[in-house]
Write a protein that binds this ligand. Sequence first.
Ligand code: 13P
Ligand code: SF4
Length: 304
Amino acid sequence: MIDIYAMHAEIAALAKQRDAVILAHNYQRAEVQDTAKHVGDSLGLSRIAANTEASVIVFAGVHFMAETAKILSPGKAVLLPESGAGCPMADMITAKQAVAFKAAHPGVPLVTYVNSSAAVKAVTDICCTSANAVEVVRSLGVPRVLFAPDRNLGAWVASQLPDVEVIAWDGFCPVHEAVSPEMVVEMMDLHPLAEILTHPECRPEVNALADAVLSTSGMLDHVASSAADEFVVVTEGGLLHGLAKAAPGKRFYGVEPKMVCRDMKLTTLEKVRDALRDMTGEVTVPEDVRVAALASVERMVSVG
Ligand code: 13P
Ligand code: SF4
């Protein structure tokens, strides 16, 4: 068993020595979240990565997140402590497929979820996250958009913007896709007073049962201000740690079987320590790809 407190101290000392900032996604292991300077959703962490003055960014998350940090902060070393941490949804579309998708719909802008590779972002008109997807599509002011790779986030956007036709790629997050409406209804029966919070990566028929459909940080803000004392939380289980901190005393229930993103859980405290100590796991993006991807990420950041 590792001594978590000793490991936090060792990581803090190494971070100081390396002039590093540690960022962790809301789905990371609790002890990894607790060693980070900033914990957040994809949009919040991108903004921090763009503005940090640290020389090194350690990204406790998955590959596309570290890549996005590198796109925004090319002068910094961006370390991904576990190089095998990917995102199955991001892998569901290649740059070649994205180009063909566009070619099949001339003149229709491609909106791409940040859960995608730098190469896909490089052929994208504008990126979005789950927190700003509706605003990003609205900002375009067009009757039709292409949306990749998440068909469920695309369906959520379409439900919020009835005047826009969303032509979605057929990708999905396996963790959220696995939740059925029956699983949520079972939780509603068990906890009749609870608010139902779902992530837009859930299937449309699951989101239809929700009191609120929110990004991970949207859920954190919501539970702190909501009048409700109990919540059924339909997203990856790592968020439960942050929710308990955001609203102490309130109760949070995940669905069964538990929602676990295997890739998010690959990062451990030891791997964060090793990356900082040995400066390993550096993520690079070819400069031509980075510059092209930056345009679509910056367009998103300017929308909100
Ligand atoms: P957000 O934290 O931006 O809601 O993203 C969820 C997710 O699946 C990240 O991989
Ligand atoms: Fe990808 Fe889903 Fe894991 Fe997020 S939770 S990293 S979308 S597989």
